[in-house]
Write a protein that binds this ligand. Structure first.
Ligand SMILES: C[S@@+](CC[C@H](N)C(=O)[O-])C[C@H]1O[C@@H](n2cnc3c(N)ncnc32)[C@H](O)[C@@H]1O
Length: 237
């Protein structure tokens, strides 16, 4: 298996091509298919759903974020089941999600065979859009677990369950891009030097963070545009 390699294409055939029990951690930020309570709202573009102005001159849209709830769960099961096969026994898995898709994400993780172990938090701080008279939706969540038993002695220290990290425009390369420091934090669940898989690489934040911290990595991204951005970031390290 080629590592430190970013594939361009649909992750399903890519994942099917991975060998059994070869990967040390799955850390990924898949399309959430979120942004509304009814199908019409969900089928709008990510720019309209996930940016405060509904307009975004800086980052391109992406596909795969349009499914209704039933289809989204079924699709998650398809790719998560392939990840389950490709991960080593005991390997950790971290899935980003938002508040709307939290229950679906914990269902999908378990239905694919993983053991659900908790929810960690990325607090985006007060920089996110305010809502008058309501709680600010300033957090995203990382549903995490493992492929079966997870040995305590894995050469990984105590990891905080929450990270508070503002989004800096200079470190945002995707419409839903994650800060490098956030990805460095979550990658630490992988054993040192292990192979981290991200089938939804986007602008490559997981992989850039992995490379910075001496992990091996393997990724996939459907969009030509974001594949190019991620590859350029990785080449620049
Ligand atoms: C939420 S974004 C990931 C953003 C990334 N974490 C970052 O910081 O840049 C999800 C990505 O999955 C990609 N995607 C959607 N469907 C896909 C598929 N079937 N296979 C591979 N990538 C896909 C989208 O193009 C999008 O870039």
């Amino acid at each position: 298996m080629k590592t430190n390699y970013l594939h361009q294409g649909d992750c399903l055939p890519f994942l099917e091509g991975l060998p059994d029990s070869a990967i040390d951690a799955l850390i990924t930020d898949p399309p959430y298919a979120s942004g509304g309570l009814h199908i019409g709202a969900r089928q709008q573009s990510p720019t309209i759903k996930y940016t405060s102005s509904g307009r975004n001159q800086l980052h391109s849209d992406f596909t795969g974020d349009h499914r209704d709830q039933r289809s989204h769960l079924r699709w998650m099961l398809l790719w998560l089941s392939e990840c389950f096969r490709a991960l080593k026994p005991g390997a950790p898995i971290c899935l980003f999600t938002d508040w709307r898709q939290l229950p679906t994400t914990t269902d999908a993780l378990q239905a694919a065979g993983f053991t659900w172990r908790g929810i960690a938090v990325w607090d985006k701080t007060e920089g996110v859009r305010p809502q008058m008279g309501r709680f600010r939706a300033q957090c995203e969540y990382v549903v995490w677990g493992s492929k079966g038993d997870m040995p305590i002695k894995r050469d990984v220290g105590v990891l905080p369950g929450a990270i508070r990290q503002v989004i800096k425009q200079t470190d945002k390369h995707h419409i839903t891009g994650k800060p490098t420091e956030v990805m460095r934090h979550f990658n630490r669940i992988c054993k040192p030097g292990g192979i981290i898989l991200d089938p939804f690489a986007g602008s490559g934040s997981t992989l850039v963070a992995a490379q910075m911290d001496g992990y091996e990595w393997i990724g996939c991204e459907l969009s030509d545009h974001y594949h190019e951005i991620a590859q350029a970031r990785l080449n620049g390290l």
